[in-house]
Design a protein around this ligand. Sequence first.
Ligand SMILES: [Zn+2]
Length: 183
Amino acid sequence: MKSVRIDMKGRRCGRLLVLSFCAPVGDGRAKWLCLCDCGKQVSVLGKHLRCGNTRSCGCIQREVVAHRSRTHGLSGSPTYMSWAAMKSRCGNPKQRSYENYGAKGVKVCERWIKSFAAFLADMGERPEGMTLDRINPFGDYKPSNCRWAGPTDQSRNTRGRAAIAILERLRVVRPNPPAMMCG
Ligand SMILES: [Zn+2]
């Protein structure tokens, strides 16, 4: 039985431009060398190109997965909410707790501001019952200063913060003392 090879050269399938025929290797099936719009070269079975199974080097699928995890998968997860709340505390003056964070100069590191994925990679998923805690309460939100902490760690740290706040108050002389009462 003789099979006729369909010439695919120069055809475009999705993001793939067919460059040349690859001599059959291994399984003996005909593959075509393609150049993807993203710049990667892949060899694809002719029938996969023709039936539309393969329309990129794999970059389309990667983009879809990345988009899903951005918009659907993890956006409602506890980890995502911690990330969003952290950014809001430090960057949104309308947020109630901004005065204790952003207004006091507490920042979120560049890497985390830009990307939830980076935050997730550094911190891992938030364990149940834990919250995002800064090891040094004056420090920024960054990988070296953050951890997931349970209620015990948190209250210890809150007591530390309260003590520091008292020291701050003793040190700072305000021109208009009654204004402190309004805060
Ligand atoms: Zn590609």
